[in-house]
Design a protein around this ligand. Structure first.
Ligand code: ZN
Length: 190
């Protein structure tokens, strides 16, 4: 059968995003997205991509692979109580990840999600110099806190049209939530 066209509705799309990959859970995640016939955005950590480039290539078959820094350090230090990275350090975090993802997937990222959502004017300067759009989220599922698939899906389904749902790459309950999220979004469309 042809793929469902319900995402074409005037009400708009909801973006499913998965952070901190690639990981031992990436293959299961991508397979479940494929089964459910939905695309996602993967915000990967550069050093993980270098360790397992074929997993980033797998992600790219089911959506887009974007930049989530090289070492998952807080750029401003705000959430981790660490020193802010210098402009040179931030530039290195972002450019090394651009290279890692390009080498793995053949595509250069256009989006950056800062670890912990920590922002700073220096980060903005670097993003602009690299042509990266900063993308955060509108709904945080807190899926890393040991929630059930039903709990994760219920939070994800609070997303409004155009919403961006934050989840993570390495959580079995997050993978199990995918069919529930898709069914819930389809039900809202009817
Ligand atoms: Zn993260």
């Amino acid at each position: 059968p042809p793929p469902p066209t319900w995402t074409d509705c005037a009400g708009g799309y909801v973006a499913l995003t998965y952070d901190d990959g690639v990981s031992a859970g990436t293959t299961a995640l991508v397979n479940k997205l494929k089964e459910s016939n939905v695309k996602a955005t993967f915000f990967d950590v550069g050093q993980n991509v270098v360790a397992n480039p074929s997993l980033a290539a797998l992600q790219a078959t089911q959506g887009s692979v974007q930049n989530h820094s090289y070492t998952h350090s807080s750029m401003s230090g705000e959430s981790t109580g660490t020193s802010p990275l210098t402009q040179a350090q931030i530039t290195q975090e972002l450019t090394q990840t651009q290279t890692a993802i390009f080498n793995a997937t053949g595509t250069t990222p256009t989006q950056f999600r800062s670890p912990y959502g920590d922002d700073s004017p220096t980060l903005t300067t670097v993003e602009q110099s690299l042509g990266l759009l900063e993308v955060l989220w509108s709904v945080d599922t807190n899926d890393w806190q040991g929630l059930t698939a039903a709990q994760i899906a219920a939070t994800a389904l609070t997303a409004q049209p155009g919403g961006i749902v934050l989840m993570h790459d390495n959580k079995p309950a997050t993978v199990a939530a995918i069919p529930l999220i898709v069914q819930g979004l389809q039900a809202k469309h009817q």
